[in-house]
Design a protein around this ligand. Structure first.
Ligand SMILES: Nc1ccn([C@@H]2O[C@H](COP(=O)(O)OP(=O)(O)OP(=O)(O)O)[C@@H](O)[C@H]2O)c(=O)n1
Ligand SMILES: [Ca+2]
Length: 497
């Protein structure tokens, strides 16, 4: 009997030891799994890559620095603007008579770029310069000067430690298409069934319109892309000379020409400038562009006198659009094919600067016209007092520019009161400026793949959590099963298997 009791006590002690050992192992195992899960899930220190694009516009140059997580290059929406710098002074095309100075004008912003990008990334950071309508016009008027300017900026950029990828004049189609890519990339519209935004860009010397359409009747206006597994059939057109500074020159030159021969032009009355505005201008400053014809005058200067009459201004501005000829089913203006606009549009650059200043980014077309009419009727002195901190050159032109924008959108691109609210005036999307530069870099670095990259079933964090929960469940079941098989028997003993 004693032996039997001793055996029983021994057995019980053994079972207890086993249970304790197994429980300790299970608990230790679980702690280990949780620890690994937590450590694995800890956000890794991101490694960023960088790219630089210089937007050499007609009125000014901007330097944009983009950054993206190194391992997520091909995911949509990953590239963001890290820094932007506006070069002081005018655009590079204004250096036509002193081209060698064009490069050095970029120094301050390029030095900022060196600071903004970690030194160990400098040599692998691509840098691109794209010049737009100002340089297109200079090339038309003085080809060798445009080449000298490009050479100067190219040589200057190569003195920096970045990976120089060239300085060139981009085409109007590229400018339109890459603006469209930027807007839709930043809005996360690629790789989904969602529709895309059209893009409207207004600069100093050209304007672009780009949107997805089914049928394009003219080859010059077609661009096809396959992005993230979807085909996009784009309509795009860039109107050289229809940026707001060149249109002002065209409009002034038309008024001067209509006066020419009748009287000596001493004062040029302009309904698009505020009453009381009175500035001496040279004829040269109006006629110094391929967008306006030549004029032979003996005088050098004239006085630009404001009248502040919006409806007359509207009539004058309308005259820069030639609407009578169209050999296609539909046209925008100047005989250029354009399908009817449809869907949402993002309107950026000067579209935004001007409409934002005039507080016209929301509301109906009728309301925009009546508010602009009121604004244009304000005397110049009042305007100057209302906005003492705004650059006088910009301030003087907002009545004209606002009128031009409304006319371009309505009479030029055929927007109506019904689809006016589909236009969104935007400066930035998230942290990044809307414009062609981001799309240009994404394209040249192949960062937008034609096909959507394969995605794992679960994101990494989700995968670790799921595996942990599953392991926990299995262990719990094991414990439960163990408990069931160790249930006391009728004789008060335990069956140990
Ligand atoms: N706060 C501001 C900033 C700029 N502008 C005007 O907006 C135009 C410049 O627009 P932008 O998109 O910078 O033109 P660019 O890129 O220089 O010209 P382009 O694209 O035609 O080469 C110029 O007329 C400038 O006077 C403005 O009215 N208000
Ligand atoms: Ca521009």
């Amino acid at each position: 009997m004693d032996e039997q009791r001793e055996m029983k006590v021994k057995n019980r002690t053994m079972v207890r030891t086993m249970i304790i050992t197994i429980t300790v192992f299970i608990v230790l195992g679980f702690i280990l799994m949780v620890t690994i899960g937590v450590v694995q899930n800890k956000p890794l220190q991101q490694k960023y890559k960088y790219g630089i694009v210089l937007d050499a516009g007609s009125s000014h140059t901007s330097v944009y620095i983009y950054e993206w997580p190194a391992e997520k290059e091909n995911n949509t929406g990953m590239v963001q603007q890290k820094h932007a710098c506006n070069v002081k002074g005018k655009g590079i095309s204004s250096y036509s008579d002193k081209p060698t100075l064009a490069g050095a004008s970029l120094k301050e912003c390029m030095d900022e770029a060196c600071e903004a990008i970690p030194v160990h990334r400098h040599s692998e950071t691509p840098i691109y310069l794209g010049a737009t309508a100002g340089m297109r016009l200079l090339k038309l008027g003085n080809k060798s000067a445009s080449e000298e300017v490009l050479k100067s900026v190219g040589q200057f950029l190569q003195t920096y430690p970045f990976s120089y990828q060239g300085a060139r004049i981009i085409t109007g189609q590229e400018e339109g298409a890459f603006g469209w890519i930027t807007v839709n990339y930043l809005s996360n519209n690629f790789g989904k069934a969602s529709t895309t935004f059209g893009a409207l860009d207004l600069g100093g010397a050209s304007t672009q319109i780009t949107f997805v359409t089914a049928k394009v009747e003219s080859q010059d206006n077609t661009i096809d892309f396959r992005l993230y597994g979807n085909d996009y059939h784009l309509y795009t057109h860039s109107f050289l000379c229809y940026g707001k500074d060149q249109v002002l020159k065209m409009s002034l030159s038309k008024s001067i020409n209509s006066k020419h021969g009748q009287t000596d032009i001493i004062a040029l009355e302009d309904p698009c400038f505020h009453e009381g505005y009175n500035v001496t201008m040279t004829f040269q400053s109006v006629f110094n562009s391929p967008c306006v014809g030549r004029l032979n005058l003996t005088q050098n200067t004239f006085t630009h006198v404001g009248l502040g009459k919006w409806s007359e201004c509207h009539t004058v501005v309308r005259k820069v659009f030639q609407k009578s000829e169209c050999k296609y089913s539909t046209c925008s203006f100047n005989g250029v094919f354009q399908p009817p606009v449809h869907g949402n549009f993002g309107a950026f650059s000067a579209f935004y600067f001007v409409m934002d200043f005039l507080n016209l980014t929301a509301g109906s077309l009728d309301k925009a016209q009546s508010k602009l009419q009121e604004y244009c009727a304000l005397p110049w002195n009042t305007i100057k007092k209302m906005y003492p901190h705004v650059k006088e050159k910009y301030l003087a032109e907002y009545c004209f520019s606002g009128t031009y924008i409304l006319t371009l959108l309505e009479d030029g691109y055929n927007f109506t009161s019904d689809n006016w609210n589909y236009i969104r005036f935007i400066k930035k999307i998230g942290e990044s400026d809307a414009g062609w530069t981001l799309g240009y870099m994404l394209n040249l670095t192949n960062m937008i793949p034609a096909e959507a990259p394969d995605k794992p079933l679960l994101p990494y964090g989700g995968y670790v959590t799921f595996m942990l929960l599953l392991s926990f469940l299995i262990l719990s079941l094991c414990l439960l099963a163990y408990k069931c098989f160790c249930r006391p028997t009728g004789s008060g003993q335990r069956d140990v298997i």
